[in-house]
Design a protein around this ligand. Structure first.
Ligand code: BYC
Length: 481
């Protein structure tokens, strides 16, 4: 079998030779109807009979792996795609550094590995659930198509984790796979596992923030798991990263287009002060201070996804050779972290300070720092849009102590600048920093669907280029009425 190309002749497209792996094929075919039920119940609301111009992976060759065509979402070919196996790959970090990568689950690390795969798997359907109502208010057919592209690929990423559970973890893997379809984002009794995946995504600005900030946590986590000594996990994550890039593109360009439109509208109306919220809102665009509040919210929720700054779970996963660092193989050190330290932000006598901790337990902090650096790049582009329009306003990332529910700063309150404040001040001021009900209502009032090909809602600029180089008036979704 050519592992580069995907076999589409079977019910479940794959490049892992499923047709000769009868037991796993049977397990996956058994899981398929439950997945389709879940997609019907919790996937995008409406549009299931519409033709959507989607990309589907037909190969795992980085030089050309996707083809675009009109597809009805329930007929999307969710497949199992692993990046090609690297010959003689070795475990690139931890106590087993330099030993051959595992092709089977190492018995002593089974529980840790399963837990990480389940957590990763849980986030994928969660995001689809969070976004399920957005189709009704899409600002254009282009955006509607991007939403659905993200949704079907998150569905495929769930398949990717379910394949690992069913192939390598026997009966408990099958049970975990079933549970992934049972939990629901925001459900009081059976919520998704990580905090940010139980929050609402009520509007399109939230969607763009989510795909910029939360999908970027996905990128960092997938990079770390792509280093794994458990080769099937590494190969799975490597291919997922290829798809993930588009999700972050949707977020970055989405926010950029909102900012662009706001600046244009302010200029046209002769508004010189971007903080004159009432005047800006009267133009039917989202004012920059409200965009900043949404950014505060989504960035801080996403920071929580890195776990505690100091974590023995993270140290154990690294020692075991299961979860590495961002770009592990490019780091110049012993890859075992025997004697090194890493500066961790901590609260010391009421002041936020960097304190050296053993690098091994500080891995979550390190990955979070890498994440923050990655987040800054898009911000620079958004700020360029604002400054080019002639406005003195800068979007900024809040301090890591701001609005945290996990880790070192969960018990305190801090301003976006990182000044510690008491409960009363927090309660009095929090709606200056985080979206208030009024802000949410205002944004909701703008969320009216635009379904004419080539047209865009007033609050967002058109994209610079189309998907798959399609022209501006291309009908990305043929809506079934
Ligand atoms: N919410 O030592 P600690 C994506 C729990 S996103 C709730 O501090 P650790 C995507 C933790 O489970 C990427 N609970 O942290 C994006 C542990 O509980 P137990 C998803 C939390 O374990 C957009 C306890 O607190 N992938 O792909 O070092 C769309 C102490 O844990 C949270 C992964 O996350 C939280 N935020 O690190 C679609 C990769 N944080 O076990 C998809 C896999 C911590 O004591 N996961 N806890 O009961 C991991 O590597 C790690 O589990 C974490 C936490 C980074 C999440």
């Amino acid at each position: 079998m050519n592992f580069m190309n995907v076999d589409y002749s079977t019910k479940i497209p794959n490049n892992v030779n499923l047709s000769e792996d009868r037991q796993v094929l049977k397990a996956l075919e058994g899981w398929h109807p439950g997945y389709m039920d879940w997609w019907g119940d919790m996937g995008p609301e409406g549009f299931q009979q519409s033709l959507v111009y989607l990309r589907t992976a037909y190969s795992v060759d980085p030089r050309g792996w996707a083809k675009f065509d009109y597809v009805k979402m329930p007929e999307y070919r969710w497949g199992i795609l692993l990046a090609p196996q690297e010959e003689n790959r070795v475990i690139p970090f931890g106590e087993n550094y330099g030993k051959p990568a595992w092709q089977e689950v190492p018995g002593e690390h089974r529980a840790t590995l399963r837990r990480l795969i389940v957590i990763q798997g849980d986030t994928e359907p969660a995001s689809v659930e969070q976004q399920r109502h957005l189709g009704k208010t899409a600002p254009s057919l282009y955006d509607l198509r991007n939403l659905f592209q993200v949704n079907v690929e998150e569905g495929r990423h769930l398949w990717a984790m379910v394949y690992l559970l069913q192939k390598y973890f026997g009966r408990d893997g099958r049970e975990e796979a079933d549970d992934l379809l049972r939990r629901r984002s925001g459900d009081a009794d059976s919520p998704r596992m990580l905090g940010a995946f139980n929050e609402a995504t009520p509007d399109w600005l939230s969607f763009f923030m989510f795909t910029y900030f939360t999908d970027r946590d996905g990128k960092m986590q997938l990079h770390s798991l792509a280093q794994s000594g458990f080769d099937p996990l590494s190969r799975t994550c490597r291919f997922m990263l290829t798809e993930e890039a588009h999700h972050m593109f949707v977020g970055e360009t989405g926010i950029s287009r909102v900012v662009q439109r706001t600046c244009e509208a302010m200029k046209e109306a002769g508004i010189t002060d971007p903080t004159d919220i009432a005047r800006v809102r009267a133009l039917g665009v989202i004012d920059l201070p409200t965009i900043q509040k949404k950014l505060h919210l989504h960035y801080s929720l996403s920071l929580d996804l890195f776990g505690s700054e100091v974590s023995t779970n993270a140290a154990n996963a690294f020692n075991a050779g299961i979860k590495g660092r961002y770009r592990e193989t490019q780091i110049d050190d012993d890859h075992q972290l025997k004697n090194s330290t890493y500066p961790v932000l901590k609260l010391v006598d009421g002041v936020i300070k960097r304190v050296d901790e053993p690098a091994l337990t500080a891995l979550n902090m390190r990955l979070r720092d890498d994440y923050t650096q990655d987040c800054v790049k898009g911000m620079l582009r958004w700020n360029k849009v604002i400054s080019t329009a002639g406005y003195q306003f800068k979007l900024t990332l809040p301090n890591v102590a701001f609005h945290r529910q996990i880790g070192e700063f969960k018990g305190i309150h801090a301003t976006p600048e990182g000044v510690l404040i008491d409960d009363a001040t927090w309660n009095a001021r929090k709606s200056d920093w985080l979206p208030s009900t009024d802000d949410g209502d205002f944004i909701a009032s703008l969320m009216k669907p635009v379904t004419e090909a080539g047209a865009y809602a007033n609050w967002i600029s058109p994209p610079k280029v189309g998907i798959d180089n399609k022209p501006g008036d291309f009908e990305y979704v043929k809506i079934e009425t």
